[in-house]
Design a binder for this molecule. Structure first.
Ligand SMILES: [Fe+2]
Length: 261
């Protein structure tokens, strides 16, 4: 999920109930055969590679959630498994999510996801996140206790900020970790970011020398602007998810000190 304006299509939402600003219930949501087929094709294609290229945390998350690979999952069934593990739940959102709602949601361990799936004629690339990106890509990582804490603490810190420069820094931290982060496992570089999980070409590009890969460095990450329309030219590989959680604590400490000065 990104904090980006999205057009609300409104289609297939007849069965959805408004639950409060921005959040919608997926109670009664059904998907057309073609939509489930799209999910199945996407899962099949990604699972040809991900068992070898994804981090253990993500792969184990897929199993812990018993993620259906042949049809689009409903959030109730995911939440039944996810919530007891880390206290996170997936919440359906429709359309544009204001930044404060996005961060507030993270701070409450609620992961906002769209319900729409990309169309079959744009399997490879879509500009806006769909349910494949949000659920298949992001949600398995939220079964990992350390990663789960990292994102919650990230959201909490963001809700306390007012300074645009600090928001920009946090936006970059999100981009280069949650979306396009790499982690070292058994001396190999593995994927865990949803940008990679839910894409084809960009994930492959990592393993053919496409991006420059550097050891995770918080200062580099938060000062490197990103573009959403190109393959990322530089990526950072973390030693583990503790390093991400620690980076949020480090920013909190630095920014608190700044306020005291
Ligand atoms: Fe995302």
């Amino acid at each position: 999920m990104e904090v980006a304006p999205k057009e609300s299509s409104g289609k297939n939402h007849e069965a959805l109930k408004m639950e409060g600003a921005g959040f919608i219930s997926h109670e009664g949501k059904t998907y057309r055969e073609e939509e489930n087929e799209t999910w199945k094709i996407l899962c099949q294609r990604r699972m040809e590679k991900l068992p070898k290229t994804a981090s253990k945390a993500w792969l184990q998350g897929l199993e812990k959630l018993d993620m259906p690979l042949d049809r689009i999952p409903l959030f109730d069934e995911l939440n039944e498994r996810l919530e007891p593990l880390t206290g996170w739940t997936v919440r359906a959102v429709d359309g544009f999510i204001p930044a404060e709602m996005f961060f507030g949601s993270m701070a409450r361990r609620e992961f906002p996801s769209t319900l729409e799936v990309r169309s079959q004629d744009s399997l490879e690339y879509i500009q806006e996140p769909d349910i494949f990106h949000d659920v298949f890509g992001h949600v398995p990582m939220h079964t990992d206790p350390v990663f789960a804490d990292f994102v919650q603490e990230y959201g909490q810190l963001a809700t306390e900020l007012e300074d645009q420069d600090k928001f920009d820094a946090l936006g970059r931290l999100w981009w280069y970790t949650v979306e396009f982060g790499l982690v070292e496992e058994d001396e190999e570089v593995k994927l865990y970011g949803s940008g990679h999980m839910s894409s084809f070409g960009e994930a492959d590009n990592v393993f053919i020398g496409g991006p420059e890969i550097r050891p995770f460095d918080l200062d580099e990450v938060i000062s490197t602007p990103f573009r959403i329309d190109i393959y990322q030219p530089v990526l950072w590989v973390a030693e583990g998810f503790e390093q991400l959680r620690d980076s949020v604590a480090e920013l909190r400490r630095r920014w608190a000190e700044e306020l005291e000065e």
